[in-house]
Design a protein around this ligand. Structure first.
Ligand SMILES: [Zn+2]
Length: 641
């Protein structure tokens, strides 16, 4: 059976590509991918369970394939899903770990990641190349006729290598341009059972500009839903004004597993008109960063929930959205009724529905709704919100700019609280004085546009944003100071704006340091567990790149890694290597002066040897050198006999 998988546009792209690159006459087989073309790559005679599906929303990417559970076990046979040849073999300590790519005659590629080990023929090929290049990590591209495989042939064994956090097989099907396709929709594997519709947990409404309101307030508001007769409903009608964005927190579960997977298909209609539609059926690797703008990044940082936006936000370049009215945004005027419905569907066609009513109302100065935030400041997009308790006599605040000050009246208030909305496009405040006389420093440094490169210079630091650093304009708050614990802090806002690319920063140390070569930049998002960033010191300045906003500091690491000898048996030596602060950077072992391969599993801090010639005894002078990221080195010498 043929399925018409590709959209017309993609098909045209494919055909063009084929006409340009392949002999005429081959392209017929690309018109659709045969549903029976692929065999399930692990335990094909059983029902299997997934811990991840294709398109699932992860912290830095859309999940690229299926994560097939192996019940906590490793070493299960992994089969070639279809005939073809092994086009790539990779060994890395992070990422996909031990990984095989198979190129198939129909133009697709399948990927098998986090393997424990390869089949003996591939293992031998990898080992030879590791010795040839004197490197454990390796990325090999065998030729077309080197390793041909038949469908169902064992290519390796399932494991937990790379950045995997538990044993499973990560399996992908890719198209002609290495874009990821949904294996469940291409192959309809009967080894996976899913009769359960997506679960819709919550929805959120967000005001999209300073004049918008949800229940009379500016901000972002989450609502729980109730399920009645198969439809999720919002108990109350919501009052709205202006431009509003909707977001949904949803996941899909499969029969017999508790794992929360992604929901690929979501439609939203307003008064029966299709406003927004997403179909995560393919992902281009170059577009992966858009996950940060497809979801609500700020909400995820604040509430730990990853909401799927039902609007196409500024800077989003994904192409799996269709049939959009107003990019999905809802505009409400007083008196209008908006009946909103959503349809959420998994790869098996199981569907959930959501229904809610929005009522357009006018903006108010005195609002009947209780305001939750008390005193202080909060930034949402271009708008600064300031809150203070209501006072019988004075409800104004004073806002200080770089030059001069302005007195502001509340934008709206309830019985207890006043709220002030400041348009950051017009005013970048330095500090604010509240009605009780207290002052808050706001530290707005600059407006950073998304479309062009931009530099910001201060007395002790500078920031350089490339034109690809941001999705949207940000108003950054930045400062460089010594905190109460005498720690130098270089703070570039909080981690609430997503960064598309990295930002280059330079700063002159404020404190006196003894041995600056041993100091490096660390992220102190979690002060208890500083994260090594690196950077370098040159001519009085530290320079480094960061890919998320937040706090950074300088920490000295002059402690070398530790090496602990483990077992020596069956012709192999194993050791434990650890580093307390900057982390392991590299290691190298020699036996009788010759390079010897050490395999590395960072999750277990374990390295172990593997000889090219397994018949040679492991005897003689063994030397190991381990270096950390701060350049500290440890050495070990042993006599093996
Ligand atoms: Zn995976």
């Amino acid at each position: 059976m043929k399925i018409n998988y590709y959209s017309k546009l993609r098909l045209n792209k494919l055909l063009l590509f084929l006409l340009l690159t392949l002999p005429i006459g081959l392209h017929a087989q690309y018109e659709g991918i045969d549903k029976d073309y692929f065999e399930f790559p692990i335990q094909p005679d059983k029902t299997n369970f997934l811990s991840g599906n294709m398109g699932e929303l992860r912290s830095s990417h859309f999940h690229a394939g299926l994560d097939i559970k192996t019940a906590g076990r490793e070493g299960l046979n992994v089969f070639a899903a279809a005939e073809g040849y092994i086009s790539r073999v990779r060994v890395s300590t992070g990422g996909y770990g031990n990984c095989i790519y198979i190129q198939h005659p129909n133009g697709t590629t399948t990927v098998y990641a986090h393997l424990q080990r390869f089949n003996p023929i591939i293992a031998e090929y990898v080992l030879k190349n590791q010795y040839k290049r004197k490197s454990f990590t390796i990325n090999l591209f065998p030729k077309r006729n080197e390793f041909q495989v038949k469908q169902g042939e064992v290519i390796g064994f399932s494991g937990n290598s790379g950045s995997s956090t538990g044993p499973h097989l990560h399996f992908e099907i890719r198209g002609l341009n290495q874009e990821v396709l949904d294996p469940l929709r291409i192959a309809g594997f009967e080894q996976i059972k899913d009769e359960l519709a997506p679960s819709v947990q919550r929805i959120a409404l967000k005001t999209m500009n300073i004049d918008s309101r949800v229940n009379d307030q500016f901000g972002r508001f989450e609502f729980a839903l109730q399920k009645e007769n198969g439809t999720y409903r919002l108990a109350d009608t919501l009052d709205v004004y202006g431009k509003i964005g909707l977001e949904v927190y949803t996941y899909d579960q499969h029969n017999g597993a508790s794992n929360k997977n992604g929901v690929p298909l979501i439609d939203m209609k307003v008064n029966d008109e299709l406003y927004f539609s997403q179909n995560i059926d393919t992902i281009d690797f170059a577009q992966q960063k858009n996950i940060l703008i497809h979801t609500n990044y700020q909400a995820q940082k604040e509430s730990r929930r990853r909401y799927n936006k039902l609007y196409v936000d500024d800077g989003n370049t994904l192409d799996f959205y269709d049939a959009k009215v107003n990019d999905g945004f809802i505009y409400a005027s007083p008196g209008e009724i908006k009946e909103v419905s959503m349809k959420l569907q998994d790869a098996f066609g199981n569907t959930s529905k959501v229904a809610m009513t929005l009522r357009g109302v006018d903006k108010k100065r005195t609002i009947p709704t209780e305001i939750k935030s008390k005193k202080g400041s909060y930034v949402q997009d271009n708008t600064l919100m300031l809150f203070q308790p209501k006072d019988a006599t004075n409800n104004n605040i004073t806002i200080y700019k770089e030059q001069g000050s302005v007195i502001a009246e509340p934008t709206y208030q309830d019985d207890n609280t006043s709220v002030f909305l400041i348009d950051l496009r017009q005013l970048l405040p330095q500090s604010v004085t509240y009605n009780d006389g207290s002052q808050e420093s706001l530290h707005f440094a600059d407006r950073i546009p998304a479309a062009n490169a931009h530099s910001y210079l201060s007395d002790t630091y500078s920031l350089r944003f490339s034109k690809n650093a941001l999705f949207d304009t940000v108003y950054i708050r930045a400062r460089h100071f010594i905190d109460d614990a005498q720690m130098e802090v270089f703070e570039v806002d909080q981690d609430r704006y997503p960064l598309k690319g990295s930002v280059y920063a330079e700063f002159m140390p404020l404190s006196q340091y003894d041995d600056l070569e041993k100091y490096h930049v660390y992220s102190i998002k979690n002060p208890q567990n500083p994260g090594f960033v690196g950077g370098k010191y040159d001519e009085g300045k530290f320079s480094f790149n960061f890919s998320s906003f937040g706090k950074y500091t300088l920490i000295k690491d002059d402690v070398a890694p530790t090496i602990k000898k483990g077992s020596v048996k069956n012709g192999r030596i194993s050791l434990t290597i650890r580093d307390n602060l900057s982390g392991i950077n590299s290691f190298e072992a020699k036996l009788n002066g010759e390079w010897i391969l050490m395999k590395y599993e960072p999750k277990r801090s374990l390295i172990w040897s593997e000889r090219l010639d397994k018949n040679k005894p492991l005897v003689g002078e063994f030397e190991l050198k381990v270096a950390d990221n701060a350049g500290n080195e440890s050495f070990l010498k042993l006599k093996l006999e």
